[in-house]
Design a protein around this ligand. Structure first.
Ligand SMILES: [Zn+2]
Length: 620
């Protein structure tokens, strides 16, 4: 599936220094979608390559340097970038200083940065530095790391945060290649979504090269006292010293996952697939930065039970990184396809029943999310309209789990063979390009449905609320056993001790805990905890779902209150902490939520802070 044209690489990389592309190559394609989350006017002038020269200053907690772009334009007299909470010092066109204009500051989008250009202009350079309001960056003190010796820096670009650490045309459809020269303190290692070092440099200087064009939200940097350990020649892990062996053990199946993925939908296009395990404040489970997935340490369970996260981030190497949502309204094209692909990888490695358990968990999440949006049914459409909103608000279970259910239903309707050849061709044909919902539907109708004379209610799925009646039924035998056990326990024919002796895997335990009936007595709930020791669970997923139930059941024995507080103080993974704060709020314990949040908030990344501030009505 590597249909990326090598000639284009050469052109784009060589252009950093000098080149004279033909008129045709200079012209933008005039086919960019309207992205309401970017000020850029790519149909007039567009950046195609970035040369980033920056230094990371841990004392001031800033990044400063120069972003130099190789540009393409029509007869445009200016080029427009996105910038948010940045100090812009100077702008240059082909090496000559020019004046620039910063537009009005929008709390979500930031500012437009407009730079005058001539028809012949080839490069635009921006000298800048970040500020203490830079949302993408999280500087961590040594206490917030695993080894507790050195500080750490991580970035998170998705959805529109790259503009907070690099002035850039920040729309997912505006792919670009990059080279970065990054200077960090010499005791630390820097790694990016690019070709990476496997050892520390002597002087703290690193050069990165991302030869394939990627979306701006996928530019990522991590700096810390990191080491690398190979799993296979093309897969490996980065982590702090005290974590590296555990991480290496946990993700031992990475090469097998890449193989399984390639067998499904074609060659892995990014050469190397590495994962860096970050400190626990990282706001997501994982982020699919090309060549280097960023991951939360909460999946290091010791038993490889939460590695579907890696399958998910790997799947993004096709859906998301290779074929990318053109705007954030099309986010389901990234996530729905990725969940579908993730399930297929997990099925290939661990069997259909295992994949069905994961899918069932997602199905329950989806039902709950649709219930959450009962006052706002349009938020349950696959295609969203996020104009005027933070695109981060569209990142919920709908894109993931309704997107998955749509594709699974489609698969069951057309048959797996046809589905697979359709998807393989879809990725192949659109590699290194972007996709709108409308373009996808046209392609789907022509290449799958009409070709096979199949009727399918695509528009109901994409443009209407809730779940259409033809949705695939997801059945898991192992979960049915759990449901039987719940009934027996509730009715008294199964006691807590026998329940805990059941040989269940993590997913079954999760399913059990999440489905503990609301009306269960506090005595029964306590007996369950005494027998299963859920309050002191070391698996983060089990701990999280159990803590939610503890809050729901007003349960306070076995030191669970302190466990919950400790969990919220250390972990910054948004899904986990928002589940717990939401539970407090739902159960009229807003005061307790705010008491803990006030202490924990400085440990969280801005992505998590924004969500929880809104949820709890917190103002600083
Ligand atoms: Zn994803």
């Amino acid at each position: 599936m590597t249909i990326f044209k090598k000639a284009a690489f050469v052109l784009l990389t060589v252009c950093v220094v000098s080149c004279s592309p033909t008129e045709k190559e200079m012209k933008p394609t005039n086919s960019y979608a309207n992205d309401t989350h970017s000020y850029a006017k790519p149909n007039e002038a567009v950046a195609k390559h970035l040369l980033l020269d920056v230094e990371v200053d841990f004392e001031k907690e800033i990044i400063k340097g120069t972003a130099t772009y190789t540009i393409e334009s029509t007869n445009a007299s200016e080029i427009v970038f996105d910038a948010k909470n940045l100090k812009i010092h100077q702008t240059l066109v082909d090496g000559k200083e020019v004046s620039f204009t910063l537009g009005a500051d929008n709390p979500i989008l930031g500012q437009s940065l407009t730079i005058p250009i001539t028809k012949a202009a080839k490069t635009v350079a921006i000298r800048y530095e970040t500020t203490d309001k830079t949302e993408a960056l999280q500087f961590l003190n040594p206490q917030q790391t695993a080894d507790k010796e050195h500080p750490f820096l991580l970035t998170q670009g998705q959805a529109i945060l790259t503009r907070t650490w690099i002035p850039i045309q920040d729309s997912p459809q505006l792919r670009l290649t990059y080279v970065a020269n990054v200077k960090v303190p010499k005791e630390l290692m820097a790694i990016m979504s690019a070709e990476n070092p496997k050892e520390k440099s002597d002087n703290g200087k690193y050069v990165f090269n991302m030869k394939q064009p990627i979306s701006p939200y996928l530019i990522a940097l991590a700096v810390g006292d990191l080491v690398y350990k190979e799993i296979s020649p093309r897969t490996g892990v980065y982590a702090e010293k005290s974590m590296i062996d555990k991480v290496h053990y946990e993700f031992a199946d990475m090469e097998k996952m890449v193989n399984a993925a390639e067998n499904l939908y074609g060659k892995y296009a990014w050469d190397q697939f590495d994962v860096v395990v970050l400190p626990p404040s990282f706001p997501f489970g994982g982020m699919e930065n090309p060549r280097l997935t960023f991951a939360t340490p909460t999946v290091i369970a010791g038993d490889r039970s939460l590695t579907s996260l890696i399958a998910h981030e790997l799947a993004h190497s096709w859906s998301g990184n290779l074929v990318t949502n053109a705007t954030w309204n099309d986010f389901w094209l990234n996530e729905g396809f990725t969940v579908y692909f993730e399930m297929r990888i997990m099925e290939a490695l661990y069997g259909k029943e295992y994949a069905n358990m994961l899918a069932s968990i997602g199905r329950q999440d989806l039902a709950e999310e649709i219930e959450n949006f009962h006052d706002q049914p349009e938020a349950t459409h696959l295609k969203l309209n996020l104009e005027g909103e933070n695109p981060d608000d569209g990142m919920n279970s709908i894109a993931y789990d309704k997107g998955y259910l749509f594709l699974r239903t489609l698969e069951e309707t057309v048959g797996r063979d046809k589905m697979d050849s359709f998807l393989k061709e879809y990725f192949n044909k659109h590699a290194f390009s972007t996709m709108t919902t409308e373009k996808f539907i046209t392609y789907l109708n022509a290449e799958l449905l009409e070709k096979n004379k199949v009727q399918f209610n695509v528009n109901d799925w994409v443009y209407k609320a809730g779940i259409p009646s033809n949705a695939a039924k997801i059945v898991s035998d192992k979960f049915q056993k759990v449901e039987e056990a719940i009934t027996n326990w509730k009715e008294g024919s199964l006691n807590a001790t026998d329940l805990c002796k059941k040989d269940w895997n993590i997913q079954q335990k999760i399913h059990f805990i999440r489905n503990i009936p609301k009306e269960i007595s506090i005595e029964k709930f306590t007996a369950l905890d005494n027998a299963c020791q859920f309050s002191s669970a070391t698996n983060s997923y089990i701990a999280m779902v159990w803590f939610e139930q503890a809050i729901n059941h007003d349960y306070h024995a076995n030191n669970v209150d302190m466990q919950i507080e400790n969990f919220l103080m250390t972990v910054g993974r948004r899904w986990y902490v928002s589940t717990l704060y939401k539970a407090f709020k739902r159960n009229d314990q807003l005061e307790e939520a705010i008491r803990i949040y006030t202490k924990a908030r400085p440990n969280y990344h801005s992505v998590t802070v924004n969500t929880i501030d809104d949820m709890l009505g917190y103002s600083n």
